[in-house]
Design a protein around this ligand. Sequence first.
Ligand SMILES: Cc1cc2nc3c(=O)[nH]c(=O)nc-3n(C[C@H](O)[C@H](O)[C@H](O)COP(=O)(O)O)c2cc1C
Ligand code: SF4
Length: 666
Amino acid sequence: MKENHKILFEPYQLAGCTLKNRYVMAAMGTGGMVTAENTFNERGIEYYVARAKGGVGLIITGTIYAENDIEKAVDGTMPCPTDNPSTFIMNTAEMCERVHAYGSKIFTQLTAGFGRVLKPHLLCGQPPIAPSPISSYWDENLMCRELTVDEIHTIVERCGDTAKICQQAGFDGIEIHAVHEGYLLDQFAIPFFNKRTDEYGGCLENRLRFACEVVQNIKKKCGEKFPVILRYCLKSYIKGVRQGGLPGEEFEELGRDIPEGIEAAKILVKAGYDALDVDAGAYDSWYWSHPPMYFEKGMNLPFGEILKKEMDVPILIAGRMENPDLASEALRDGKTDLIALGRSLLADPDTVNKIRSGRFEFVRPCLGCHEGCMNRLITAKPVSCAVNPSCGRETYYDLKPACVQKKILIIGAGVAGMEAARVLKLRGHSPVILEKSSRPGGSLHLAGAPSFKHDDLKLIDWYQRTLEEMGVEIHYNTAVTAETLKSYPHDAVIVATGSTPRTLRLPGNHDMYPAERIFSGEIKPGSHTVIIGGGLVGCELALDLAENGKQVTILEALPEILSAGAPVPHMNKIMLKDLLHFHHVQQIAGAGVKCIEGNTVTYTKDGEEHKLDADTFVCAIGYTSNNSLYEQLSLEENEIYLLGDARRVRNIMYAVWDAYELARSL
Ligand SMILES: Cc1cc2nc3c(=O)[nH]c(=O)nc-3n(C[C@H](O)[C@H](O)[C@H](O)COP(=O)(O)O)c2cc1C
Ligand code: SF4
């Protein structure tokens, strides 16, 4: 273990519960991990056990429901212990016992409700509940129903009952979800949502009464010593409906500001909460609670630091905390007491053990993309991870030794080729990669060029290091043709030759560059760049240039930017849009580009012709598969497969997942 990381492995007393180290698995929704009886299924149990085995000191499970009558959700993505207590105890006891076998502790996260942020399709046709008749986050025409005082009392009692069932099942404590992220208790806490005039509205104490009664009821039923912690947002970052404030931005806070956040934290701790799991944000500023790659690492630490100075209560912090240098420094500087990891434990369940043994560079990096995790959760698919296809399906989607070991040539050392090689080697095959350039990674080098995408470059490093350690043979500077392939003995071939940027043929006398030539640094843009194509690549290039002081205009043919191609995960999309706006990137949607003459682009919008002057013109209109080698070889080879972008241009997740699927079956 590295000397400066030792502090991360010191035990910690969390409300009387001894944790073996400072690492906590942050609560993450259990989509796909719930049985029809609303308890954890085998998939969920194996998922948590794998993270305990990976060395984390405390697991906080994804949210479970206290109550499913008043807020009737039908989705099967959250366990509800009160629905069937004995079945819940039976399944969950086994999960807690197995987690405990690794010396880890396990809490469950218990929600008092979702309120206005529950997705409409889960509502059984009923209106969402809320403190007051406000509109649903998802549909401003859908009005919420105001909770009655009797219903609030019922939810409080059910929280206590649920916690008792969880205690009987073997959980070591409860995290209450949440005066955080704009969920029901947070809606009560914030006057922007809570317009009540009874004892649950008005002054701060009244607005926090519901959350305070929840902890008091749990302590009454489970005993004072049973740990109850709170997921808590110090600041809401609500700028307007569905618009969030960005780091460092001046705006009028419509939710909870920091001074009120400190006062509220004191009231909540006095009521009985034993620790605060601190971050920021609400659904209206969703990227704060679900930080995409555009955020810096450890972005929530300033909030922990503020609370640590103001009060004496254990603090947990999540939010891009995977780097052990950053994490250990945060502990030493008194910014937090515990380090919560969310997505990095999805990307690599063994993160903590690898850090412990001084091998952080072997931790598979999370990309901050949300493709495999949150995007799947909010589109009713099982939670997994873009770079770790077996996440959430640890047992039934694992790797078995190959029955017949083969020599398999892989053409292309992009992500798909490298993932295929890794899996094949693990299963006992002999993969050999033939790469035409002098380095691995393919187009990921260009995707990872902006500073906010450097985790993409870390993924290349991870593959390179891992393949090297496994002894996978890679031949660089080796362009393959149908003829030269014959000189490599093999049983099968995988073609993973990637893709090429699409070009646009326009009339006029101009230079227009593909985005890749800007990302690679080959072309230095002038002071004003026009980017044709407002998909993800165009928008990320625009952000990168704007962050570096350039004037940028995006011309997008569709009515909205970021709407072409595969949908961008919600929180990434809203943050990118807010950032483009913040950096004054001009966005012209519905623009049909006609020609570029010299320094002037002509486009039409709403039937009218417009002209725009710039000194650099960039084209970012997608990619086409490089599959010609496969077509030449397909009738020559007995066993040949086409993989990654060469088969179908999609995203990193599908390059990795398709490679894993193919390589686990050969
Ligand atoms: C798939 C997914 C589901 C999540 N579900 C919850 C949840 O149920 N409750 C909660 O408090 N936070 C939830 N979060 C937020 C995480 O607890 C964590 O705060 C966030 O991912 C930032 O930490 P990280 O950068 O280490 O991932 C979820 C995050 C992800 C990725
Ligand atoms: S899907 Fe993306 S953001 Fe989510 S854990 Fe995996 S790499 Fe990280």
